[in-house]
Design a protein around this ligand. Structure first.
Ligand code: ZN
Ligand code: ZN
Ligand code: ZN
Length: 132
């Protein structure tokens, strides 16, 4: 089965919770523009103006910032979970929604990145009964 994870024209990176196995992604912080309009069209600090970032596969859309690469409280600051890329590396492809934050990547009270999934919104699938 082939994942359709990157459509450059529609700038759709993928679904939340979907495992992405590309290495190059559109930069979440500047949405691929390479420039940050809120900073007077300064060169994007995340992708150095390239509009693309490299994230080791497998990866998921950052749940904490919804792939936007920006901190919730101050949108001029890059997301601490994905470092502004909008995509974060995961340890393995067998993942499931984080039950602690229900896949949102946020601690429900503080709004800080979920401690269980580290803001990714997903955790490694617990395979019960499997002999490793
Ligand atoms: Zn950028
Ligand atoms: Zn993020
Ligand atoms: Zn979580």
């Amino acid at each position: 089965m082939e994942w359709k994870t990157f459509d450059w024209k529609s700038q759709k990176v993928g679904q939340k919770g979907e495992v992405l196995d590309k290495v190059v992604y559109r930069c979440g912080f500047c949405k691929g523009a390479g420039l940050v309009s809120s900073k007077g069209n300064a060169r994007c600090p995340i992708c150095s103006g390239d509009g693309t970032v490299r994230v080791a596969a497998p990866a998921v859309i950052c749940a904490y910032c919804n792939g936007e690469g920006r901190a919730n409280l101050n949108r001029d600051i890059s997301c601490s979970v994905c470092k502004g890329k909008g995509v974060v590396t995961i340890e393995c492809k067998e993942i499931q929604n984080c039950t602690a934050c229900k896949g949102t990547g946020k601690e429900c009270n503080s709004g800080l990145p979920c401690l269980t999934c580290k803001g990714k919104g997903v955790v490694t699938k617990q395979i019960t009964g499997a002999v490793l």
